[in-house]
Design a binder for this molecule. Structure first.
Ligand code: ZN
Length: 194
């Protein structure tokens, strides 16, 4: 089993931080979705609590949405999912974006690839990202890794991410801790914006 260190508590300056909610879309999180991740619904209450804390502290919230054309080559790997403009590509009802939140439509696993995410984060002076969402070892890891390669500091709460199996889940957290020198925090409840 992959080993990594876990923090119980982490204080994060609200200034210079942002939350990124990765792909919490119907196709991944709703039981009727095309690529349902059975553990994803369990993360919804934790993510909702994190968003509540962030909004109260004035921390900007970004959402990524997997957003594919009808004939996207990625469908050869995963089947048809998150087609632009469909129900499956919408953010789940419980985590609906609010006014002022930023939605980033992404082409591949990495939320930075071919999108304006880096530019928009820099305009807001963001240096530190709390990353939650699904799938832990796919779009969450690629987005967190891509952030770390750009020298953003990355924080991932364990109850805010989900994978298709336990091995993938722990692998992703180990990469974030070891490879990307991010912070793995046991729960969103241990994160305080100060
Ligand atoms: Zn996709």
């Amino acid at each position: 089993m992959a080993e990594y260190s876990v923090k119980d508590r982490l204080e994060i300056p609200a200034k210079g931080s942002a939350v990124i909610v990765v792909d919490m879309q119907n196709d991944f999180v709703h039981p009727n979705g095309a690529l349902f991740v059975p553990d994803a619904p369990k993360t919804v209450p934790a993510i909702a609590r994190l968003l509540d804390k962030a909004r109260k502290a004035g921390v900007p919230v970004f959402y990524t949405q997997d957003w594919h054309d009808e004939d996207d080559p990625e469908f050869a790997i995963w089947g048809r999912h998150a087609v632009a403009g469909t129900w499956g590509a919408e953010i789940v009802e419980e985590l609906k974006p609010r006014k002022g939140d930023v939605l980033i439509k992404k082409l591949r696993y990495d939320g930075f690839y071919g999108t304006s995410l880096d530019h928009l984060l820099r305009l807001k002076g963001v240096k530190r990202l709390v990353v939650v969402g699904t799938v832990a070892n796919i779009c969450v890891l690629h987005t967190a890794g891509s952030a770390a390669l750009r020298w953003y500091e990355v924080v991932v709460p364990m109850d805010g991410v989900s994978a298709l199996n336990e091995g993938d889940y722990h692998f992703a957290l180990r990469q974030i801790d070891f490879l990307y020198r991010g912070s793995v925090v046991r729960s969103v409840d241990g994160i305080e914006f100060v």
